[in-house]
Write a protein that binds this ligand. Structure first.
Ligand code: NAD
Ligand code: TYD
Length: 351
């Protein structure tokens, strides 16, 4: 029996991790701790919300007393920490919110686990989910990020994630906290908040709205299907070596403009529109300040040591993703008009 606290489980990646663990490990109790910020949406977990091994707790990771009470109530022996402010553009306009949740929130969680696991933490795990953005930007010819690449964050988002990674390592080195960290590349798939490139653009294509490509669209990202990331998290949580870091990525680099053209072609085809219809929506806009040119992950460590590989090709993943957003337009509409915010009140408040 294990009791696992998954933070940020109502968000994009967290909801896929919760679903995987609830379905795959019926003997575990899976506690989803989430504050339900604008990015949290419990409708992402409709299909598992009545499972007997699933619990939802609305809680802020910065509230040490509340988090401590949950550790005691569920006798938590594993943490998979995904809760974060996650959007680079928001970090540029409100960096303090990122320092609060990503740095102080992570530290609060570490302190709580440390207090609770005192002396009996051999089988416990504190697994922190981080990003490749902590490594900074690559030029076009440079080799991909390895676990040894020096940290060099540029945005308030990546600086806050880098800081939280350092605290996790410090707790391992100073207090013997049984930690794991993984740094993953850009995820895509169902249930991603439509402020991020792929769901935003699919939504805009279906509505005939402009597609704002930053700069010249020459920035490169390494895309991974979210369920493949969730499978990597499962492997690292169960088989990763304590104190280690694992880079996770798709080995799948795309220039933004090429990805946008692929999205336009795929979405037009699935909507039955003539080829090229939505090309005219592409509009080049002022670049994001400090926009990192290129991210790329060398995932050989997690492949060789833990036997993880992505299951889906990018073509399969994009087809599946665009199809999902088009078949779940009410999910997109509920998020964009704010209706999703009442889901908690309707379904959970009086339980
Ligand atoms: P998301 O923004 O979709 O979800 C974040 C979740 O955290 C939301 O449910 C939100 O309500 C919750 N949350 C925010 N602040 C909280 C707080 N103070 N207390 C409790 N809950 C809080 O994020 P995501 O894209 O699913 O990313 C999840 C994690 O994975 C983050 O740590 C992110 O840095 C990391 N990551 C994301 C990507 C990506 O491409 N999306 C890539 C690599 C790593
Ligand atoms: P995003 O999904 O915000 O992820 P990240 O910034 O964490 O990589 O953006 C992916 C890429 O797409 C990034 O290079 C910025 C670019 N982008 C645009 O060109 N236009 C947009 O409207 C958005 C949201 C992103």
């Amino acid at each position: 029996m294990k009791s696992i606290l998954i933070t940020g489980g109502a968000g994009f990646i967290g909801s896929h991790v919760v679903r995987l663990f609830v379905n795959k490990y019926p003997d575990y109790t899976i506690v989803n701790l989430d504050k339900l910020t604008y990015a949290g949406n419990l409708a992402n977990l409709k299909d598992v919300e009545t499972s007997s091994n699933y619990r939802f707790e609305r809680c802020d990771i910065c509230d040490g007393d509340a988090v401590g009470a949950l550790f005691a109530r569920y006798r938590i022996d594993g943490v998979i920490h995904l809760a974060a402010e996650s959007h680079v553009d928001r970090s540029i306009s409100d960096p303090l919110a990122f320092a609060r949740t990503n740095v102080l929130g992570t530290l609060t969680l570490l302190q709580t686990a440390r207090n609770f696991w005192k002396g009996e933490r051999k089988d416990c795990r504190f697994y922190h989910i981080s990003t490749d953005e902590v490594y900074g930007a690559l030029t076009m010819g440079q080799p991909a990020f390895t676990e040894q690449t020096r940290y060099d964050p540029h945005s308030p988002y990546s600086a806050s994630k880098a800081s939280s990674d350092h605290f996790v390592r410090a707790f391992h080195d100073t207090y013997g906290m049984p930690t794991l960290i993984s740094n993953c590349s850009n995820n895509y798939g169902p249930y991603q908040f439509p402020e991020k490139l792929i769901p935003l653009f699919v939504n805009n294509i279906r509505q005939g709205k402009p597609l704002p490509v930053y700069g010249k669209g020459e920035n490169v990202r390494d895309w991974l299907y979210v369920e493949d990331h969730a499978r990597a998290i499962d492997r690292i949580f169960h088989f990763g070596k304590i104190g280690e870091t694992y880079n996770v990525g798709g080995g799948n680099e795309w220039r933004n403009i090429d990805l946008v053209r692929l999205l336009v072609r795929t979405t037009d085809r699935l909507l039955g529109r003539p080829q090229g219809t939505s090309e005219t929506l592409i509009s080049f806009v002022t670049d994001r300040p400090g926009h990192d040119l290129r991210y790329a992950i060398d995932a050989s460590k997690v492949r060789e040591e833990l036997g993880w590989m992505p299951n889906l090709t990018f073509e399969e993943g994009i087809e599946r993703t665009v199809r999902w957003y088009l078949e779940n337009q009410s999910w997109l509409d509920d998020v964009t008009d704010g209706a999703y915010r009442s889901y908690y009140d309707r379904m959970y408040k009086n339980r």
